[in-house]
Each structure stands twice: as C-alpha cells, then as structure tokens.
Design a protein around this ligand. Structure first.
Ligand code: 4AZ
Length: 301
C-alpha cells in the first residue's frame, strides 16, 4: 500500500474513533418516525431501537435496558431486587430483535458493576434507576447505538418532541407471556397533574416520574418491559432521547392507569457522576488507540 493511502486510512480511523463518542439517538437502518400509530404494540422493524437491550438472567429475558454509552446501560433498580449482588448471573444482549434467534448482529456483554440509585424506595418506587457498567464495551454498528440523554429538565422542555415510543419484549397483557419479537408502541406523554388526579394515580406520581400511554389504556408497557426505554424524537435535533425508564403501573393497559417511567432529566447529575468511571475508561481506551495509531504514523516518516 502507498504511504499516502495508508495515512488516509489511519486518519479516517482517528476521525471515527474520536467522533463515535458524540453520536447518539440515531438509527441508521430506520428513518424518522412517521405519523403511524407491550400492550397494543406491533413488531418493531429491524434496527428500530438500536439502544434497546435485553437483560437476561441465566439466558432468560427479565428486563429491558438502554445503552447510553459503549460501557453503560441504564435500567430499573427493581429488576435486581431478588438478585442482589448476583451480577454474574446476568448478561446484557444488544442488537437483538427476536429473543429466540439472536442472529449475527447480537452482542453479548457481562456486568462489571451494578450501580443502583441509593434513594430507591420499593414502596413508592421513587428513584427506580440503575446503571450497569459493562465488563467490555459494545461496538457501535447499524444495530447497536446509544440513545441521547437530556442534559437537565430545561433541556427536556426545549427539545420539542414530536413522537414518543415505548419498546420491549414484555408481556402483551398482565400475567401473560413474554413476546419473542421486540414490540413498539407510540404513546403520549401525560401531564403529571392529570396523572395524579384521584381517578388516576391519586398523588403517587412525583416530579421524578413521568406518565406515558393513552387515557384508554390501549397502549402500555407491561411485565418484562421494565428497565427499557421511553424514547422521544426531537424534531429540532433529528434524534431520539431517552426520556424515561419503564418503572411501574397498576397492571397493564388499564384506563387512566398509564405506565410510569423514571424521568431521566431529573437524574442528569446522578447519571453524570455515576457514568464517569465508565466513560473515562472508554476514553482511556480511545486515547491509547489514538496514540498507538499516531506512533505508527510517526514511525513511517
Ligand atoms: C412490571 O411489572 C410492570 N403498565 C411494568 C410496567 C407496567 C406495569 C407493570 C406499566 O414490570
């Protein structure tokens, strides 16, 4: 190979390595949401939710989760309550559509650390958030991508969301069976005051939670969707944000009892602090790769 083309190749690799950290919320295989129309869901197209993972206990799907960088997955704390400290029993599978046939795009990773929010309250389900640090990073591909996170509550307000979706392999009715193909459903964000009305959740919804679904209950998350994403598309930025983490609800698909989600914008500081270790590990890896590439370039001169 000529020196020029070798240099070009190395430079391209450098640009890819440095830019991969900033990209989020894009789905290379699927366009922006149309005006199309879990409970009341449909099969998700291939590559529709590339940040969605299946959290599996001894290979059995138990919860959803969302990739937020190549070494971190955000999920719900209540997914781990019965398995405290048993991180070795779990695996995280990305690039998946059908649970029974993972296919060539699936990537399996193990958990090096489970960081649950210290303020989790199992009575109120407040702070139902857990960050999983992975033992090795995901490779970002057309089928595996990170979602974006709002910087804070103000950012959540100005993002100008047009469409919000829930996704997961959870049951299609309460006490039903898990779905084999990833399901998706478009939902509406429901005002907290409305969701807290006596005939709805009667005051159980705090500022750290967000309700989403339909008043009729026709579209909802259900058992096994927990920990998975409530994702909204920003028309201005043309990408998806993780707005909520599936947390709880009164059964599934019940009128005036929509799904309740941990509101990520209210946990921005907690996320920044707790992601630090994994992001800096990823950065250290990239820095090492970049310096290795630079040394090769310098040696060639
Ligand atoms: C659950 O048990 C669960 N309808 C998740 C979401 C909802 C209800 C229950 C919301 O994991």
């Amino acid at each position: 190979m000529e020196l020029n083309s070798l240099l070009l190749l190395l430079l391209t690799a450098l640009v890819c390595l440095t830019s991969s950290q900033d990209s989020c919320g894009n789905r290379p295989l699927v366009g922006p949401p149309g005006s199309s129309r879990i409970v009341g869901g449909r099969d998700a197209p291939e590559g529709a939710w590339p940040w969605q993972v299946s959290l599996q206990l001894l290979s059995i799907h138990t919860c959803g989760g969302t990739i937020i960088n190549n070494l971190s997955v955000l999920t719900a704390t209540h997914c781990f309550l019965k398995f405290w400290g048993r991180k070795r029993l779990f695996r995280v599978v990305a690039g998946l559509r059908e649970l029974s046939t993972p296919g060539g795009h699936a990537q399996i990773r193990f958990i090096s650390e489970i960081r649950s929010h210290k303020g989790y309250n199992h009575v109120t389900t407040e702070n139902d958030l857990t960050l999983l640090l992975l033992s090795s990073p995901f490779n970002f591909t057309d089928h595996v991508q990170p979602a974006c996170l709002p910087h804070d509550v103000r950012h959540e307000f100005i993002l100008n969301f047009s469409h919000c979706f829930i996704s997961g392999w959870g049951t299609s009715y309460y006490k039903g069976e898990h779905m084999n193909t990833l399901q998706e459903a478009e939902v509406e964000l429901i005002d907290r005051r409305k969701c807290n009305l006596l005939s709805w959740y009667g005051g159980r919804i705090t500022e750290n939670m967000i309700c989403a679904g339909l008043e009729s209950g026709a579209r909802d998350s259900c058992q096994g969707d927990s920990g998975g994403p409530l994702q909204c598309y920003s028309e201005d930025e043309e990408r998806f944000y993780l707005i909520g983490v599936t947390s709880f609800g009164d059964k599934c698909g019940v009128p005036r009892r929509p799904g309740v989600y941990a509101r990520t914008s209210r946990f921005a500081d907690w996320l920044k602090t707790n992601q630090t270790a994994s992001v800096s590990a990823a950065n250290r890896l990239n820095t090492r790769l970049i310096s290795a590439l630079l040394s090769v370039v310098l040696m060639l001169f």
